[in-house]
Design a binder for this molecule. Structure first.
Ligand code: APR
Length: 320
């Protein structure tokens, strides 16, 4: 665990959002509403107007919604200087028919530039990567920044778990607020919804649902992102943004939440030298701890299969 000087003692927190597109805009809106800190929305020079426009719109919204944050749109990395948290959505989203892995070559190139920007301008930041393919992108971001692994992680598990929770709640006719579930593994077709830890306020979900229906929900969860891409021609943004903000908030407010995130493993779950979705504790030290939970033999096998797929993608990115 690492400790850093608390720059917030000199004022408000600063959150740099790299990419001012669909997720970036929603991230800014949520950070402002929660008054997590001042926000910088950075995009490429061709999209600087978009970033500035969204920032102004959101600042004006503060007068109605009752928050007070400085929100600045920019194409200049210098404006991100000293950020406490950086959230990366730079890159292209999926179009219908594409897998996340199809984005590798394009988004890897973008990530390399972005990670260098983070390294140069935000050397103390806690970094949350959202760009896809997630597990390979966060790997590359950690490699280029050279930051301690506790300060670089990826958002996928909170989102995938939320999808799982919603589908279960609808199936069971209960409030989504009472369904707890956890999805581990890579953010792709091989993700692992851990059904043994799914509960409705502590009641194991396996007591409430048939194995067949549960299997169908697991399948829908794994394809949950693609379902939305098919409907609207681009990828989801409300829930992805909310998931990353939960992680950022846990860091900034030292909440020590246990959240499934793409974290660097050094032997936990039998996996070495790889970023993949596992339960972690996020607090002021960043990813303070990887939590190793007991898995059934089947879940463990699925996690291993997922790790193999992620490793393949990381190897492919090394060749690009
Ligand atoms: N620096 C900053 N911003 C960049 C860069 C860069 N080098 N390259 C691209 N961008 C910006 C784009 O100009 C665009 O405004 O990233 C933004 C991405 O926004 P959208 O196209 O709306 O995509 P979004 O839905 O936000 O998804 C972003 O997150 O979930 C993943 O698969 C998704 O990889 C995609 C990413």
């Amino acid at each position: 665990m690492e400790h850093k000087t608390d720059s917030r003692s000199h004022g408000r927190s600063k959150i740099a959002l790299i990419g001012a597109g669909n997720i970036g805009g929603e991230l800014a809106a949520l950070c402002a509403r929660k008054e997590l800190g001042d926000v910088v929305l950075l995009d490429i020079p061709e999209k600087e107007g978009l970033a500035k426009g969204k920032a102004l719109d959101l600042e004006q919204n503060g007068a109605i919604a009752g928050y007070d944050c400085n929100i600045r749109g920019t194409a200049n990395w210098a404006d991100c200087a000293g950020a406490d948290v950086v959230i990366v959505t730079a890159g292209v989203p999926r179009k219908p028919g594409m897998s996340r892995d199809d984005l590798l070559a394009t988004n890897l190139k973008i990530m390399r530039g972005v990670a260098q920007g983070i390294k140069d301008h935000c050397p103390q930041a806690f970094v949350i990567v959202i760009s896809n393919p997630l597990d390979a992108m966060v790997w590359e971001c950690a490699r280029i920044t050279g930051f301690p692994h506790a300060r670089v992680c990826g958002m996928a598990g909170v989102l995938d778990s939320a999808r799982f929770q919603l589908f279960l709640a609808r199936e069971l006719g209960v409030s989504v607020k009472d369904v707890r579930a956890m999805v581990l593994g890579g953010h792709g077709d091989t993700m692992v919804p851990v059904t043994s830890y799914c509960t409705v306020n502590g009641v194991p979900v396996r007591q409430l649902i048939s194995p067949e229906r549960l299997a169908a929900i697991v399948e829908r969860t794994a394809a949950g992102g693609g379902e939305i891409v098919k409907l609207m021609g681009t990828s989801a943004y409300y829930a992805p943004a909310a998931a990353a903000v939960a992680m950022a908030e846990s860091y900034l407010r030292d909440q020590k939440r246990l959240l499934p995130c793409a974290a660097y493993l050094t032997g936990q779950y039998g996996i070495h030298d790889l970023y993949i979705g596992v339960p972690v504790i996020i607090g002021r030290g960043g990813v303070e701890r990887v939590v190793e939970v007991e898995l059934t033999a089947e879940e463990r096998a699925l996690l291993e299969r997922s790790a193999a797929a992620v490793r393949e993608l990381v190897e492919a990115s090394k060749r690009l």
